[in-house]
Design a protein around this ligand. Structure first.
Ligand SMILES: Nc1ncnc2c1ncn2[C@@H]1O[C@H](COP(=O)(O)OP(=O)(O)OP(=O)(O)O)[C@@H](O)[C@H]1O
Ligand SMILES: [Mg+2]
Length: 458
């Protein structure tokens, strides 16, 4: 689509109480072909909006009188879709991010260059007009028909234009990672890295160094310097997956990164500035985690600036049929075979089936059906069998770990006849920690204390 050009004369309302800044930015924008109306306060800006009818507002965050955030909320009360770019110093960016739930705005950090400003203005205008490529194609990998997902994607598309921190919640297999990826792809950062890390999959000691990096010799085994994922994601997007499973000690460090936009590698005294968009995802209830002190409240608020919830498939059954078709097509193309179809009774059956494993489970069922059917049409009986054979959900790593931990605890208690101190020693934990683990799993050591043979499986 056409870029805003001189001939289109986009109008930009520029708000800053610093005279030098105003004249510098004005000259940059005019050079680039924009019509600029510079004003020196928020109240002037409000008065000008109806007269000048800008396509975009650029405002400083910290100003005498009305500050940028107040101005933003006033503008959005009148014109909810008005694109606003907020300028802020490095020192204020953290507060700015926190305040972004007030509205959709973009932040640009000062000092900034002419190119940066002009590129961002053009991008924001294109996006607002729904003209950008990424705007039109937003979420094209995501298949849906339901009203719920339609609305969610509309919101996500607006958010993609900003750097706002997002928390994606939803059960296993509902497409959290797919959504995070779509937001990245639809953002100005799309040509920069998208880095996803599963916080549940990495042992605590390694996670810090994975995220923030380490210096050579920072700990035994750290033979070389290692760049962390935050640095690897610089200028792009980082997805902190299963963030609810992040150990408390690291939560503090993550919080600091989100406050300072700088990381400190293990063994280093120096903070390294990073420019990353943070998206986190969880299938656990973080609020519950906060209540039970497993998750820091301050970090929760920092991550949950804007929440996006992916409903389970059972709450958006309209999506089932298009998803079935999508995966049938994909399997056919991949295997270079004629595309199969489900018999109408099979579709009916699948459309009303429970899907505890959501889209991932549905995808697996389609795979299984295609693999096991020789004919073009997949019959009802095959769909039923596939759903029966296909474990409700391939367990998440976290669930698998929890199951393992539970059976491990049970086995050491068995071995020690429910003697907690002995069991703790075997497990290499102190008594207090061990008790805590037992409590987490609702295991009563007393039950193992009798000499009776432990009965099979609890
Ligand atoms: N709406 C959708 N359209 C097409 N494919 C989808 C959709 N939602 C999810 N998928 C696909 O389903 C699979 C599972 O999705 P994803 O990994 O994003 O789920 P998740 O919520 O992150 O799951 P988990 O909690 O297990 O990590 C992926 O292969 C993804 O590409
Ligand atoms: Mg995931």
């Amino acid at each position: 689509m056409a870029e805003p050009t001189k001939s289109m004369q986009y109008r930009v309302l520029l708000v800053d109480d610093d005279r030098d800044m105003i004249s510098l930015l004005s000259s940059w924008l005019k050079d680039a072909g924009f019509e600029v109306d510079p004003v020196m306060s928020g109240s002037e800006a409000i008065a000008r909006i109806d007269v000048f009818r800008p396509h975009l507002v650029i405002t400083d965050l910290v100003m005498q009188g009305m500050d940028g955030m107040t101005l933003l909320s006033k503008i959005h009360r009148q014109n909810p879709l008005m694109p606003v770019i907020m300028l802020s110093g490095k020192a204020q960016i953290a507060d700015a991010v926190k305040a972004m739930h007030l509205g959709i705005a973009e932040f640009l950090t000062k000092p900034l260059t002419k190119d940066e400003l002009v590129a961002r203005v053009r991008y924001t205008l294109r996006l607002a007009a729904g003209e950008s490529d990424s705007g039109a194609n937003f979420g094209k990998e995501i298949i849906y028909r339901s009203e719920k997902i339609t609305q969610l994607l509309e919101q996500a598309k607006l958010l993609a234009a900003t750097d706002v921190t997002i928390l994606i919640t939803g059960a296993t297999g509902t497409g959290k990672e797919a959504l995070a990826k779509a937001i990245h792809e639809g953002s100005a950062r799309k040509d920069q890295p998208f880095v996803a890390i599963n916080c549940a999959a990495i042992p605590e000691q390694l996670l810090e160094s994975e995220l923030f990096g380490h210096e050579k010799g920072a700990f035994t085994g750290a033979q070389t310097k290692h760049e962390g994922l935050f640095q690897a994601a610089n200028k792009g997007t980082i997805l902190l997956d299963e963030v609810g499973d992040m150990p408390l000690s690291l939560q503090v460090k993550l919080l600091r990164v989100l406050q300072d936009f700088a990381v400190r590698p293990v063994g280093s005294v120096r903070g390294i500035p990073v420019n990353v968009r943070v998206i986190s995802a969880t299938n656990t209830d973080l609020e519950q985690g906060v209540k039970s002190s497993r998750f820091r409240e301050d970090l929760y608020y920092r991550l949950n600036v804007v929440p996006l919830h992916l409903p389970p498939l059972g709450e958006r059954r309209e999506d089932i049929q298009p998803l079935l078709n999508h995966f049938l097509k994909r399997v056919g193309q991949r295997d270079n075979k004629k595309r199969k179809r489900f018999a109408p009774e099979a579709v009916e059956y699948l459309a009303s089936a429970p899907w505890p494993g959501n889209i991932r489970q549905l995808m697996n069922v389609v795979e299984l059906c295609c693999a096991l059917t020789n004919t073009d049409i997949i019959p009802l009986a095959m769909a039923q069998k596939a759903l029966r054979d296909q474990p409700a959900h391939v367990q998440t790593l976290k669930d698998a770990k929890e199951d393992f931990e539970r059976s491990y605890l049970v086995s050491v208690l068995r071995v020690t006849n429910g003697h907690v101190s002995h069991a703790a020693r075997l497990a290499g934990r102190n008594r207090t920690e061990f008790y805590k683990l037992l409590k987490q799993h609702h295991i009563e050591p007393e039950e193992f204390r009798t000499s009776r043979q432990a009965t099979e499986e609890d």
